[in-house]
Design a protein around this ligand. Structure first.
Ligand SMILES: Cc1cc2nc3c(=O)[nH]c(=O)nc-3n(C[C@H](O)[C@H](O)[C@H](O)COP(=O)(O)OP(=O)(O)OC[C@H]3O[C@@H](n4cnc5c(N)ncnc54)[C@H](O)[C@@H]3O)c2cc1C
Ligand code: SF4
Length: 480
């Protein structure tokens, strides 16, 4: 059979025009429709699954050529095509509407795609997102879910999951599918972890997330909100009632800048700022009770995903925004798509500036930030980033609002309360190759063991831990 011609260019996805989107929190990227998704799917040359580099590049090893094939095989029957594609995806990933939107595909599945050698890699993330969105809109996910509901629900044992971020949600879903009765304990009043309180609506609409979480209820998972493990209930108490525990508490404690002026008004951590906006919907104040005070000129310190989200949110609240980063453009850790969107929307960037002091006005409000200018060295640090040194030169930039986004670390509520739970010096939990902590029967994954990482790595841990928990419980049940 003659090989069809390689199509080098991606089928583009439409986006809301800049002038419209900066005024609201609507989702920026509109995704594919069925015809354009099939057109993009047809560019895939269908590498054999045992070799396909895209599968190797995906941390949960979705059968990517498999779902792409399902999509284009039934191009006359969209519902059937999507159902088959979703079945393939769900085998490895139960939150495709989320990962299709927030994964750094350019570093994962799309980086090694062979089509990338002759043109654009296949737009795997947007195809995954299309399958999930179409299925949700047409009730196909409801139908398919029935295939995954375990008749054994609750029979194999009881597991407690602490934290409802991507790690906890995935671990809970996998265990429920295996026949366990799972209860999630979540400190906040809404489930989702960073997906609900960190990542803004314009990247991940909360209605979509709520739907993804509702699937878990149908699988038989119970979610107890407003439960802080280590305070409301202890780890010891959970171990008395459950056969095993999974800790997916993330890395939600912001790192602070210990410099003069840090306590001035209108200096936020990105966590507080984004929680008010996303979780408490302060951007809809006074319709919602939560207020937020933002001035005319905002400086965001940092250049990761959190910094981009905070900057783009402040912009949508009517402020002029500058991102100040102590390293260079190529050292930024945020996703390329997010940096591009921030720039298009008018966020300004200043590089090689390290804050040394916040300057306040007579009312105790921040009015400027003093920075030392930095210079890059040839040497690289452990993470491969260029090292920097101060030049001894200073610059002061005006700002009536400052958002600090310089990183996050695990919170210590559980490790400080539970005796025998070992942690590393950076506060992450110590686990073995099966993700079991130093307490038998207690497993952990996601940012709680890695520090600040990614959604898909947290989900991969949740899945791996679910398998290890199943083996642990079954082994414990065997007569000695
Ligand atoms: C603003 C922002 C943007 C990001 N953007 C991206 C992105 O685009 N792509 C990407 O891949 N990654 C992104 N990340 C990183 C990603 O969100 C995290 O790596 C991921 O959410 C980690 O998942 P997790 O389940 O381990 O923890 P989390 O999502 O942090 O969830 C932990 C949950 O545990 C709960 N909890 C904590 N302690 C307790 C306790 N003692 N008892 C009960 N519950 C508790 C918390 O309330 C929370 O709901 C971003 C992070 C931030 C902050
Ligand atoms: S590597 Fe690219 S072309 Fe090959 S199967 Fe994966 S998506 Fe298709």
């Amino acid at each position: 059979m003659a090989r069809s011609k390689l199509i080098k260019e991606r089928v583009p996805t439409p986006e809301v025009p800049v002038e419209e989107r900066v005024k609201s929190f609507v989702e920026v990227n509109l995704g594919y429709d069925f015809a354009s998704a099939v057109k993009e799917a047809e560019r895939c040359i269908q590498c054999p699954p045992e070799y396909a580099p895209c599968i190797k590049g995906c941390p949960v090893h979705i059968n990517i050529p498999g779902f792409i094939k399902a999509l284009r095989e039934n191009s006359e029957n969209p519902d059937e095509a999507v159902k088959n594609a979703l079945r393939v995806i769900w085998n490895d990933n139960t939150l495709p509407a989320v990962t299709g939107r927030v994964c750094p595909q350019e570093e994962q599945c799309e980086a090694p795609c062979v089509m990338g050698k002759v043109g654009d890699p296949i737009n795997i993330g947007k195809l995954e997102r299309f399958v999930a969105d179409y299925a949700r809109k047409h009730g196909i996910d409801e139908e398919l879910l029935k295939e995954f509901i375990s008749e054994e629900n609750g029979i194999k044992g009881k597991v407690a999951v602490v934290g409802s971020g991507p790690a906890g949600l995935t671990c809970a879903g996998e265990l429920a599918k295996m026949g366990y009765k799972v209860t999630i304990f979540e400190a906040l009043h809404k489930p989702g972890g960073v997906l609900i309180y960190g990542i803004p609506e314009f990247r991940l609409p909360k209605e979509i997330l709520d739907k993804e979480i509702a699937k878990l209820h149908e699988l038989g998972v119970e979610i107890k909100l407003d439960h802080i493990v280590g305070k409301t209930v202890t780890l010891e108490e959970l171990l008395e009632e459950y056969d095993a525990v999974f800790i997916g508490t993330g890395a939600g404690t912001p790192k602070l800048l210990n410099i003069p002026g840090i306590l001035l008004d209108r200096i936020y951590t990105a966590n507080e700022f984004l929680t008010r906006i996303n979780l408490m919907k302060a951007y809809k104040f006074p319709e919602y009770d939560e207020p937020i005070s933002i001035g005319k000129k905002t400086i965001v310190i940092g250049a990761g995903n959190t910094a981009m989200d905070a900057a783009r949110s402040a912009l949508r609240m009517g402020s002029e925004v500058t991102i100040a980063y102590r390293r260079g453009r190529e050292d930024m850790t945020a996703r390329i798509e997010e940096i591009k969107h921030a720039e298009e929307e008018g966020v300004k960037f200043e590089f090689f500036l390290n804050p040394v002091e916040f300057i306040g006005d007579e009312n105790g409000k921040v009015k400027a930030v003093k920075f030392e200018k930095m210079r890059p060295l040839e040497e690289r640090d452990a993470k491969g980033k260029r090292k920097i040194v101060g030049t001894g030169e200073y610059i002061t930039l005006e700002a009536d609002t400052v958002i600090i986004a310089i990183g996050l670390e695990p919170n210590k509520i559980i490790s400080e309360e539970a005796t025998g739970l070992k942690t590393n010096p950076d506060g992450t939990l110590v686990v073995d190759e099966n993700l079991m902590t130093s307490i038998p029967g207690v497993f952990a994954g996601g940012d709680a063991i890695r520090g600040e990482a990614t959604v898909i790595l947290a989900m991969g841990d949740g899945k791996k831990a679910a398998k290890a928990i199943d083996e642990y419980i079954q082994k414990k049940r065997l007569p000695a």
